[in-house]
Design a protein around this ligand. Sequence first.
Ligand code: C5P
Length: 221
Amino acid sequence: MQVAIDGPASAGKSTVAKLIAQKLNFIYIDTGAMYRACTIIAQKHGIDYSNEAEILKAVEAEGIEFQTVNNEQRVYVGKQDVSQEIRTPEISANVSQVSALAGIRAKMVDLQRQMAGKMDVVMDGRDIGTTVLPNAQVKIFLIASAYSRAKRRMLDFKERGIKNSQTIEEIEADITARDYKDSHRKISPLRKAASAIEIDTTNMTIAQVVDAILAEIKKSQ
Ligand code: C5P
């Protein structure tokens, strides 16, 4: 069983995807974390975010790994846990440039398909229903107003203990800019798959969104 959850930044994808994976005993794959890890590798090596060949070389040399620790997915670059660092505003501001590189996408999509081939998965991202898992039995497209997404992001910073000096309006501007880049890139832009079910989570609780998706999964079984 493959469940694909796509949508713009901070629409609640990872929160609900994790809960659904826990409930159904599926594995959860956060594909955004993989592009964020590539971005942090470029940053650490001082590589320009447009230099595809050098970023790919560094990604191959360092390696990106996922591990589940206390029910939490942790991301490692080499031996270092970068789960917190990949969420900073600086990485968020540059990840769309790195994720638009053809070679980086090809490598990440390959890894994502390998992971999905082994077990039942819930995978979240931007192109899961359209490109990574086009045969997923359930495809969900989560949306929410930009302001409510900015509010959620602010809360998320607090909960994760990430320092934040931005106002809600600044966060809203950042996520709107990122959505624009993600939906206007040449390769696998953010868009709703033809067969995806769109859920507007603006006025929904997390539990309501989880229930709505679980109902769709049940229908498909
Ligand atoms: O989901 P998250 O906000 O962590 O994703 C970070 C970035 O990674 C996105 O803004 C997008 O540029 C890229 N991404 C992507 N394809 C995916 C998942 C994320 O291009 N499947």
